[in-house]
Design a protein. Structure first.
Length: 80
């Protein structure tokens, strides 16, 4: 495990202490939980962008697969 030193305004540090106390955890644990949530969000965004890139230009195929899954034939409408 590594130590991380961050600089915060005193008011923000005091508010973090209050938040940690209200959740009955240490400031260290609070920061750990917050970074875990931020990293999970980042990972989800990265996965979404990768999937979007793989599917770019494949709209017609995707709609056909959805129609097939519903048991219908996909017919593209004019202007769609």
């Amino acid at each position: 495990m590594a130590a991380l030193i961050i600089r915060l305004p005193d008011a923000k540090r005091d508010r973090l202490k209050l938040l940690a106390r209200s959740r009955k955890v240490s400031v260290t644990k609070l920061i750990d939980e917050m970074t875990t949530a931020a990293l999970a969000d980042f990972d989800a965004q990265t996965r979404f962008e990768a999937r979007a890139a793989r599917g770019a230009g494949k709209t017609k195929r995707g709609l056909a697969l959805l129609a097939k899954a519903r048991g219908k034939t996909f017919v593209r409408r004019a202007g769609a």
